[in-house]
Design a protein around this ligand. Sequence first.
Ligand SMILES: Nc1ncnc2c1ncn2[C@@H]1O[C@H](COP(=O)(O)OP(=O)(O)OP(=O)(O)O)[C@@H](O)[C@H]1O
Length: 314
Amino acid sequence: MGEGAPAAAIEIAGLEKVYSGSGGRAGKHALKGVSLTIPRGSIFGLLGPNGAGKSTLINILAGLVRKSSGQVRVWDIDPDVAPRAVRASIGVVPQELTLDPYFPARAALELQAGLFGIPKLARRTDELLAALGLADKADAPARSLSGGMRRRLMVAKALVHHPPVLVLDEPTAGVDVALRQQLWAYVQDLNRAGTTVLLTTHYLHEAEALCDRIAVLADGEIRANDTTDALLRRVEDKALTIELAVPLAEVPEALCRFHPVLAGPQALVFRYGRSSGAADEILAAVQSAGLVVRDLTTSQADLEQVFLDLFRRS
Ligand SMILES: Nc1ncnc2c1ncn2[C@@H]1O[C@H](COP(=O)(O)OP(=O)(O)OP(=O)(O)O)[C@@H](O)[C@H]1O
């Protein structure tokens, strides 16, 4: 990005959102003092379970929902003070596909460019259609496109005004594996060309594949915010169960550093992840402790669940 670009693409401090109850719907404290800095040039993952407050946060950034209190700056602009300027700096791909079924892809992009006041000659319609693999569908109505193509058209729509910040709200929910890879590759290309990307997801694997940093949002609060590598080192998603030939009364001293659990007199369960010793190290220690192994099994916990449990507790 050129001169004068802010160091932080998005800066959020003490953000609160309370939805007031209406029409029989209970009020909801959806964001409880969220502070977050999204560095310019990063791909930042906002991970959290259903109802965590991810969409609320994005909608506040996009100027679609008004915050209750706190500070928000997008590309150094306060969305409450200058909503139009913020909309020029941010492109949002919403969770729901909001396309006119009868509108062809090219016309949808042209209309969007018109809404942003982009002169005809400065429009990037063909470039975007080609970049998102929609060139041969340019004149087909949206209703004739596959789900994946519609999703890509939504991405193209969010990019017509060349925003420095792109926000993707659950970009690959319900999208097949091949398309997911394609979308990820495109997001990475955009990022290499300078776009800051904020993506929300339920899937740790998605955040792991794409993001430099991950923040975990649960029940309206940030539970973790770190580099992807550092976060994943805290996850212990594998279990090694060793069945012993001879019963044990307690865990032998030499194995304590692996923090195993005695699951019955003849079964030792070791949990391990990317940070602790691998299975071979554990097995070597078991043998040198003089234990006789009768059988062993390994299992892999659901990574998503382990991760969310970890941060729910912290
Ligand atoms: N307009 C509204 N009025 C009242 N409560 C709302 C409103 N919008 C959202 N909520 C509530 O605020 C909480 C956060 O919702 P939000 O949609 O931001 O979560 P989310 O993390 O995006 O979830 P999902 O992954 O399911 O989209 C939820 O409990 C939701 O029911």
